[in-house]
Design a protein around this ligand. Structure first.
Ligand code: NCD
Length: 309
């Protein structure tokens, strides 16, 4: 049995295969509409979500499967004091695969130790978000043709943004070498991660404060929201919340085939009039999340294109 707790749980070949399978499903969704017949996804969200939760639900339903679960842990026995381990043990009798999101880093890993069915991490605190990484990679492949070899700028909250932590490491594994890290000083990428990227994967990281310094050089702009819920101090948040914003003016000199990505939700870091620019692909990115999650569920359940022998 396999779990997906962090992107390293899958080899590069497996990740690229998921992306390619997701693209095939996107082209011909009808071919896959019954492959999860009789299967159940448990979606356990201990933290708010729109895209991750509903794209998983939609993915399962588009393959003929069913979904149970909660979007607010206060409606579950967690509220009565039940441990995560007990909840997970029992869900193994009710479902075939679990996707869970939790505010505590490491909670999905812990859950996987008690689970009799595959666990998918739908985001754990400021730590990892492997299915967003799959979503990001399928989007990059759809719009840029290849997963690696692009010059990428990550912009915003690089300290607490779990989507960044999962994606940058995976891009480095795939051989991408040039990254710009655009953020206020207080929200820089954690040192341990920077060291790993440089020592293990030999990437080149350039830290800058303003997007204007790099906009002309990049192929992919990955925007992020300031992770308000992970700030301990409201004053720090208020000080930083407007510290960067993409506007039409700022992308004037960008390459015509650059793409602007964002895992969403957007708060105010991309002006609404950027949405009409052909380089803005963040809504298509949310769309692609469904197809790559269909591929992932099929892989973990060993059905459809992943059926054994
Ligand atoms: C992200 C998350 O939850 O980490 N959202 C998502 O899953 N699409 C990004 C965010 O909340 O800022």
């Amino acid at each position: 049995m396999r779990h997906l707790i962090e992107p390293e749980d899958f080899t590069l070949e497996e990740i690229e295969e998921l992306v390619d399978t997701g693209l095939k499903i996107y082209e011909n969704p009808r071919d896959y509409q019954k492959i999860c017949d009789g299967k159940i996804l448990a979606s356990l969200f201990f933290e708010p979500s729109t895209r991750t939760k509903f794209s998983f639900d939609s993915a399962m339903m588009r393959m003929g499967g069913n979904v149970i679960g909660f979007a607010d842990a206060d409606t579950s026995s967690t509220k009565k004091g039940e441990s995560l381990a007990d909840t997970i043990r029992v869900m193994g009798y009710y479902a075939d695969v679990i996707v869970m999101r939790h505010p505590k880093e490491g909670a999905p890993k812990l859950a996987s130790q008690y689970s009799s069915i595959p666990i998918i991490n739908g985001g754990d605190g400021g730590h990892q978000h492997p299915t967003q990484t799959l979503t990001d990679l399928i989007t990059i492949k759809r719009f840029k043709g290849t997963i690696s070899g692009h010059t990428v700028a990550f912009c915003g909250d690089l300290k607490y943004g779990r989507t960044v932590h999962s994606l940058i490491r995976t891009m480095a594994r795939f051989g991408t070498k040039h990254f710009y890290l655009v953020s206020p000083e207080e929200l820089r990428l954690p040192d341990a991660l920077k060291r790993q990227l440089v020592d293990k994967y030999g990437v080149e990281l350039k830290e800058v404060v303003y997007l204007e310094e790099v906009i002309e050089n990049i192929d992919i702009l990955y925007m992020t929201r300031i992770q308000k819920e992970r700030f301990f101090n409201e004053a720090d948040y208020l000080k930083l919340k407007n510290s960067f914003k993409v506007t039409r003016e700022k992308i004037k000199t960008a390459k015509p085939d650059m793409i602007i990505m964002h895992p969403l939700p957007r708060v105010n870091e991309i002006a609404y009039d950027v949405d009409d620019d052909q380089r803005a692909v963040y809504f298509e990115q949310s769309e692609m999340g469904v197809y790559v999650r269909m591929a992932l569920i099929a892989k973990l359940l060993e059905v459809g294109p992943y059926a054994r022998g």
